[in-house]
Write a protein that binds this ligand. Sequence first.
Ligand SMILES: Cc1cc2nc3c(=O)[nH]c(=O)nc-3n(C[C@H](O)[C@H](O)[C@H](O)COP(=O)(O)OP(=O)(O)OC[C@H]3O[C@@H](n4cnc5c(N)ncnc54)[C@H](O)[C@@H]3O)c2cc1C
Length: 385
Amino acid sequence: MKKIDVITIGGGLAGLTAAIHLRIQGFEIQVVEPNLYPKHKVCGEYISNEVKPYLSSLGIDVDGAGAKDIKRFQLTNTKNKSIEAELPLGGFGISRYTLDKLMADRAIELGVEIIQDKVTNVTYGGNGFKVELKKSSSPLISTLVVGAYGKRSTLDKNLGRRFIKERTPWIGVKSHYESTFPEDLVSLNHFEGGYCGLSNVENQRVNACYLIHQSTFQKYRNIEDVQNNVLSANPFMAEFYASSKMLFNKPLSISQIYFGKRDLVYNHILMIGDTGGMIHPLAGNGMAIAIHSAKLASESVSLFLEGKMSKGEMEHRYAIERKKAFAKRIRAGKYIQSLFEKQKLSHQAMQLVHYVPFIIPSIIRLTHGKPISTLDKSKNCCIIA
Ligand SMILES: Cc1cc2nc3c(=O)[nH]c(=O)nc-3n(C[C@H](O)[C@H](O)[C@H](O)COP(=O)(O)OP(=O)(O)OC[C@H]3O[C@@H](n4cnc5c(N)ncnc54)[C@H](O)[C@@H]3O)c2cc1C
């Protein structure tokens, strides 16, 4: 069995970013991903522009794939109040169906091997890693492993990660709609027990994705009842549902979304994207953090594989860089989320921003980063256009 430089567990945004970045630098990479591309995922699909130049330096052309430019932000509530502001940096809307496939195609084009399987266990033996798979009886062998398998997986249980025992009350629901919702707008619509994001993606589709507390959800029999009774209590959502046509047979949903702390390095595996920790979705920045954290991990991995630092230094560097880049905004996301959770507080906060609307861009800046640097092409050893 050939020993590979790096295996990334999971081929979502974080795993594919790391795979492409490291492959461009000349390393041998395998990605293990159980799903075939393309596939819909529960996600608001609004991405901050901070990652666009970096994606472009990896050869990912989101504009060519039809991404929508998003410049304005709107906040609404059940009291029929609405506040609008320009987004300081802006963002773009693209479905995960299209984006993950675009990135997987790019990875394959560069020579990354994508293995359609599920990782069941990983062991570290001093000299490298053994990665066990669900479908294949022969394990994969590598010098390094990057964990990019998303919010939670049975692998967390098998690895003995502590957070997996925590119960969490959040449910995420997403669907695409045919709608006249404005192309350059992302709106956050508050309702009792949660909020729903609306924004355009490619092909004239509008993404409606909401996060809802289990205690609210459980009062109703199904998603349709929840949407009719809870989300539609916000007049902006009622109007959206009345004037739009759902394009999925039924909405996608996920549960057990955990926002607490997780290890950034566990059993010598560098944890990137959601696997290393999640920001509250209302901050609209999880995808940018997934991509940026993959870049940070790749930079540390390169230094180790080039013999410029020890394994311990590589692990330490990644953990420090990740905390430096995201700790503040994850904290800001948490505070804003706690405001939204309390109906009364949220109405008061809405009233405050109604009178001083110019504070909205400052709040958005707290949860977003500055544009991240592009891949340093002078260091590439195998650039493929
Ligand atoms: C309701 C909701 C709305 C959101 N809205 C937004 C938004 O509008 N904007 C934004 O920026 N972020 C948003 N986010 C956050 C964003 O979706 C995530 O932060 C982002 O998807 C993280 O990417 P990732 O690569 O870490 O994980 P993922 O994209 O989840 O990829 C993980 C991959 O690992 C694979 N995998 C799992 N287990 C294994 C295993 N054992 N072996 C191998 N592979 C495995 C999975 O199949 C998957 O493809 C939202 C999140 C939620 C819950």
